[in-house]
Write a protein that binds this ligand. Sequence first.
Ligand code: COA
Length: 685
Amino acid sequence: MAPHPQDVAYDASINDPSKFWAHQAAQLAWHTPPTTAFRKTTRQLKSGTSHASWTWFPEGEISTSYNCIDRHVEAGHGDKTAIIWDSPVSGSKQKISYAELQEEVATLAGVLREEGVQKGDTVLVYMPMIPAALIGILATIRLGAIHAVVFGGFSAASLAQRIEASHAKVILTASCGIEGAKGPLAYQPMVRGAVEQCPHKPTRVIIWQREQKRWDGVQEGSGERDWQGSIKSARERGLTAENVPVKSNDGLYIIYTSGTTGLPKGVLREAGGHAVGLNFSVRYMFGIRGPGDVLFTASDIGWVVGHSYILYAPLLAGATTVLFEGKPVGTPDADTFWRILEEYKVNGLFTAPTALRAIRKEDPQNKLFEARGRRGGLKHLRALFLAGERSEPSIVSMYQDLLNKHCAPNATVIDNWWSSESGSPMTGLALLPATGENFDDHTWHAPLAIKPGSAGKAAPGFDVRIVDDDGVEVKERNTMGNIVLGLPLAPTGLTTLWNDEERFFKGYLKRFDGKWMDTGDAGMIDEDGYVSVMSRSDDIINVAAHRLSTGAIEQAISSHPAITEAAVVPIPDHMKGHVPFAFLAIADPPADLLKDLNAKIRHDIGPIASLGGFIAAPGIIPKTRSGKTLRRTLREILENGVAGNFDQEASYPSTIEDASVVDKAQAAVKQYFTTGDGKNIKAKL
Ligand code: COA
């Protein structure tokens, strides 16, 4: 049987990356074309050693904003819709054409330049899901500056940490976010609070005023500026700024992601590789071909999914993106996503399994989806993409049946696996797998068959392998191990951390001697090459498709006077996949401890990191002889407890300091679930 086109393209991308990606690079407009697609390099560490690295499209110069906007206007697509904003929480809808977007972005870029932003500066974006957020990001890169978007749900302390780390010159923000059905949430205390506690002071804070809650008294003297006022003045003066190209391996943006320690890691995305890789993936993996196609990515611009598939990828393709300000349920109901699919004739929906679990809870019979489907409202949908956490087979199969009944021919549920580090899917099923000499014949082929529970096959450019703890490849199929990547990564992948090569090397390359990049995920590959991602192999918790650091949560709670020692691990949750849970080595927890710990977490990190519960008893935190907390053992004991298997033995390494601690932890877990606070916790669906 002839190989499937995805397998052919994959082999070509791994066997000859230069040829494969040079052709993809030629699809974009370059200020200076690269001399070659790919070059091996070496990076020096402060410690004096060095490690092998790589660079994509060396010597090339590119403007991503030109490629996202001006290129399409010049090609005669100025009247096509670039952005559809749909905001049930504010009762607003808006369509912005490519020509309008060009004018908006060029004007704001003029304002930013006047406020001192230059090529290479950092602009921090702390914004809700409104068009100004996308315009702000695009205006930043129009000047060749670097953006760092911080999720609007992070607290002032987390924001301060990111202002300091990025050394932001300017902050773009808004007067409020609107959180689900809860109404407006003022950003002013967060932003002012963050700037106050941060040693590095941005020179400007530019504020988009929303009528739902205005910023109370913009203080011009202290560098605060009214966004709409500045735009009005710029328009009156005809102030705009042109695109400033940057080198291919200059930074386009920094995205902060949870590390195993409390400090977030600043993943640096490089301009050239990002544009080429995303322009390829949006067509190839997502089947969004160009003007007229509509992609609805229900994420937040604070996350990498939002960066790539709300903003950059659909605009690079010249397609339409839906920017949604709301929640899958409660704004106003579980029909919101399906209404949007029908109203805007959406071709691709990208969301997280958590959102579908929330919808299933409200509408277990899928009556709302069926009703729109029966009247033909969902027939434009070609795929439902899922990412951010493992998709359980029941969700995938249920939606595949619905897609078969009501959506476009061959419509498929496609689970894909990726991260802030990869920038685009490392595995998935290509919706539009190209064929031909240069893989640019985009006629529709049926995608590879889905296997519910698996995140598909490796995507072109990502050499996905399973290795044991010594870095030896596990060739036997269906065997669990560490998921690693061969080098180089595909062009969207990171090559370093912002100003921290040392941490990049230690965090990703050192564990396997620079041969493989560690993804921190564990899983297996089956006999057909399908990858299943089962869990994290490090100390990160995946909550509602967001990555949170156990170390950061432990740090937040250990300042409480009652806490002497804490270990945070994930507990399965029927809605969010997992939520954080604490083991506290104390005898008599004070009343209201959970409330107090969550108040501390909300203050230090944000509400998304709140604890689902805790178990307190002396001597229940197992450690190695060198003092490392055995979170994996605690996690296993807790998972056994959730499943009611109280007497199942937990595994621990031979380096454990005192094995009797494991028995104590097991007894405390049993007590918690049988007679304690956990007796009503239900196992994950
Ligand atoms: N600004 C301020 N606060 C925010 C926020 C934001 N942007 N996002 C979340 N929060 C707050 C919530 O209001 C909530 O606060 P509360 O504890 O005071 O009620 C808390 O953070 C937890 O939020 P969340 O995890 O979103 O839970 P929820 O119960 O409000 O909603 C779901 C549950 C399932 C609807 C929601 O988690 C969801 O939509 N998940 C999908 C996630 C997703 O799409 N991720 C994509 C990544 S690819």
